[in-house]
Ligand binder design. Structure first.
Ligand code: ZN
Length: 296
């Protein structure tokens, strides 16, 4: 399919990025569409693609949760989401029917992981994780080159983490309180410390950054021990705190406590920033478009 035009969508809770090209480095066009109601948003997205040169397939990396079991009649739908009005919204069926092309769909983070695997920081690896730490925490997992699914897709943001001994914050997760996301998302940092880290006084900022590195490393420990990835890519707004990746690397070495004793877990290349910056998701859409062609 080299040279064929494909469509890519990164569907988010605030905006949808839509692109047409042969890949993320060769775009014909790109647009951003504000996320409003499902019918209005999907209508604008479909209109955008109809006004572009014909595409052979479409990939969608979307916020979720999504139904991704092919045997289910609602495959490719957003299931039960806190995003108002979006529960039970069929994405892949509606887009495929309107545009007449095969549609590949996965979570935004599984998509981002696939994008990083093909063009970014995980090229050449077969098992790796893409974690985003921002408004929420989510992780995409690629195992043997394929995005991981089971009954549902991974929900790494909700793993349990050991509490920092100096932290009295209750946590923000509406389901679990002090799970990984409840303690370490951007909103959790702001709620605990009173503001975003970059706006805090230097001493407080240092404490906030140290505690954040501690919690992210706790989440990564669960990933290391359950999924055994070759690399963990950490992106998202919180990962842009100065010194974030080295601090997480050091904290991870501390919390692994010498087990299983692999030097790779402490190496610079184990916990890294996205190679594609904030373009992992749209690259993932192109990777998913390719998978849709392969499956059709
Ligand atoms: Zn939770």
């Amino acid at each position: 399919m080299a040279g064929a035009l494909q469509g890519s969508i990164e569907a988010g809770g605030t905006k949808w990025v839509c692109a047409v090209g042969t890949g993320p480095d060769d775009l014909v066009s790109e647009t951003r569409i504000e996320t409003t109601s499902p019918s209005e948003t999907l209508g604008r997205v479909i209109e955008f693609f109809r006004n572009q040169p014909a595409i052979d397939s479409l990939g969608v990396a979307s916020f979720g949760p999504l139904e991704l079991r092919p045997s289910r009649s609602n495959f490719g739908s957003i299931t039960s989401t806190p995003k108002a009005g979006w529960s039970n919204t069929d994405l892949s069926g509606a887009l495929g029917e309107a545009l007449g092309v095969p549609v590949g769909i996965d979570t935004d983070v599984n998509g981002a992981a696939l994008g990083e695997g093909r063009w970014g920081a995980a090229v050449g690896l077969t098992s790796f994780v893409y974690l985003t730490v921002g408004t929420g925490i989510g992780g995409g997992v690629v195992v043997d080159g394929r995005p991981l699914h089971g009954l549902v897709h991974p929900e790494i943001g909700h793993v349990a983490v050991t509490r920092h001994p100096d932290d009295g914050f209750a946590g923000l997760c509406p389901f679990h309180g002090d799970c990984f996301e409840g303690l370490a998302s951007g909103p959790a940092i702001s709620a605990r410390w009173g503001d975003e880290p970059r706006r805090l006084a230097p001493a407080l900022r240092r404490s906030a950054s140290d505690m954040e590195a501690f919690y992210v490393a706790e989440g990564l420990r669960a990933i290391v021990f359950t999924l055994a990835p070759e690399r963990i890519i950490v992106g998202g707004g919180v990962s842009q705190i100065e010194g974030f990746h080295p601090a997480v690397r050091s904290a991870l070495v501390r919390t692994l406590a010498g087990y299983p004793g692999l030097p790779e877990h402490g190496a610079e290349g184990f916990v890294v920033a996205p190679g594609l910056g904030d373009r992992s998701g749209i690259a993932g859409g192109f990777a998913l478009a390719d998978l849709a062609v392969a499956a059709s």
